[in-house]
Design a protein around this ligand. Structure first.
Ligand code: ZN
Length: 494
């Protein structure tokens, strides 16, 4: 091991770095302390040498006057790294013109993501997970954040990135994420949104809601103007709005007051009202934005539920003309109130990205998650056909169970039998929506499948493979996420 001393003697020159497994872009200095990352027998470690190296916890190696600490990638060492090198710490990015979330469920995607964001000025949210994703992948917010910090350090990405506590539904979750240093919170208000109101008759609405005088004065008998467009409410519509969104607005105000108001944090605040049964009409969007603003909430982004369907991991399904018409108004409302539109379930929505770029005038936040997992599985299909076939069959067997948690219109009969496909044809499955959705929604089952002796059936093999073929995965992400950005950017001029 002390071979590394030869390298350290020559620091800060990077001479022969490849001989020692050093990641050349990871070399950083703080005063007389040098820190960098190495790949030792297919595992990454931090190496710290010089004054202050013992802030990192690990094994110490000494030879003559030279010494270093070989530190594993754990939470303590991640914290030390973030203290010493601020570029490894997430920053608020929703207030930038453009931002893009890349949920990295596996903790291995950042290498490919960084290659994309070195080419675009959108700020990446490299750490972005919902509580459901954490549960299904057996990870914690610490793991998610640390994986991002280590990756930006290793790959020398210094332009800034965000960390999103995504789809949080409880005060305790918001508090936990903020305490860990997450730089944005996506507050999911769906549990307070009533889905039964759409089906209510005029009479039922009449009975269920009585409007106070102030509310009537605020909304009735006059129109609001947003960038030349008129928005107005009649009494029934106003009542429906109050019934559907009233409690959600109260909840958002409460969370904002407790955790964000008066400079309590510099983290960004996003509201999501997208996980509901019916789309958010522009009038409803206006109502929610106006009520929140009136009650002192300063939003950075809001995610309405757009018309049409945003199913996981496949292109937009629906009437693109109607989508465009409504998007124009949604974007104008967001500008009017000083925040950006956030587009959730943005994975693979290629047919609408240009429109989003255009009508937001290049000011957007787009979230993706599942597509990064799908690319990881595509990498498996490309590099280990036998393992892929086994997983694919397992996914088919778990599909009914998985489907309970997602709204998808997958038709399993359209998926080709993997035993009839040649090895090199397996990757083409990922061009087809039904196969994509099959693999998408079963990710938790695949990662958690166990053998009789309680060892993981696939997970360990998968991570070993991804580690070995990391460049294949990084290349795939670079192309695939790059395509998302290319289309978004085609809609506006900088
Ligand atoms: Zn969402």
């Amino acid at each position: 091991m002390s071979k590394l001393i030869h390298f350290i003697k020559e620091l800060p020159s990077l001479k022969n770095s490849e001989l020692y497994g050093v990641y050349p872009l990871s070399l950083n200095r703080f005063g007389h302390l040098h820190v960098f990352m190495i790949n030792d027998k297919n595992q990454d470690f931090l190496i710290a040498t010089g004054i202050g190296s013992t802030q990192f916890l690990g094994d110490t190696f000494q030879e003559g006057e030279f010494s270093y600490v070989k530190a594993p990638l754990n939470h303590h060492n991640a914290n030390t790294l973030r203290d010493l090198f601020p570029f490894t710490k997430p920053i608020p990015v929703l207030n930038k013109l453009r931002s893009f979330g890349v949920g990295d469920r596996l903790g291995i995607a950042t290498e490919g993501h960084i290659r994309v964001f070195k080419e675009y000025d959108a700020y990446p949210i490299l750490a972005q997970q919902s509580i459901r994703e954490l549960a299904l992948t057996n990870r914690t917010y610490k793991d998610v954040l640390d994986a991002a910090s280590f990756s930006v350090f290793r790959d020398g990405y210094k332009d800034g990135f965000g960390a999103d506590g995504d789809h949080l539904k409880k005060a305790s979750e918001v508090e936990m994420a903020l305490n860990l240093g997450f730089s944005m919170i996506t507050l999911d208000c769906s549990e307070f949104i009533r889905n039964d109101v759409t089906a209510m008759t005029k009479n039922e609405v009449e009975k269920a809601c009585s409007l106070d005088l102030e509310m009537k004065k605020r909304y009735l008998n006059h129109a609001f103007e947003v960038e030349g467009m008129k928005i107005s409410f009649d009494e029934e519509e106003l009542k429906r709005n109050v019934l559907v969104y009233g409690k959600a607005v109260d909840f958002a105000v409460q969370i904002y007051t407790d955790y964000f108001a008066n400079g309590k944090t510099d983290a960004n605040f996003e509201i999501s009202i997208d996980e509901t049964a019916t789309p958010t009409t522009p009038t409803q969007h206006y109502f929610v934005a106006n009520e929140l603003t009136r009650r002192g909430v300063k939003l950075d982004t809001m995610a309405p539920r757009f018309c049409g369907e945003f199913q996981k991991g496949v292109d937009y399904i629906g009437d693109i003309n109607q989508f465009e018409e409504e998007l124009k108004i949604h974007a104008a409302i967001a500008r009017h109130y000083g925040y950006k539109l956030s587009i959730h379930s943005g994975s693979d929505k290629f047919s609408i990205f240009k429109l989003i770029g255009k009508h937001t005038r290049g000011h957007f936040h787009v979230k993706t998650a599942g597509t990064n997992w799908l690319e990881a599985m595509r990498a498996v299909a490309a590099t280990d056909p036998k393992l892929y076939r086994e997983i694919h069959k397992y996914a088919l067997s778990m599909f009914d169970e998985a489907q309970k948690f997602y709204h998808v219109t997958t038709d399993l009969t359209k998926i080709k039998d993997v035993d009839t496909l040649k090895d090199e044809e397996l990757v083409d499955l990922f061009k087809e929506n039904d196969a994509r959705q099959l693999i998408h929604i079963t990710y938790g089952f695949i990662l958690n499948a166990k053998n009789n002796d309680d060892s993981f059936r696939f997970k360990t093999k998968l991570y070993d493979l991804w580690r070995e073929k990391r460049e294949v995965y990084a290349d795939m992400l670079y192309t695939h996420i790059g395509r998302h950005l290319e289309l978004l950017y085609s809609g506006f001029q900088k």
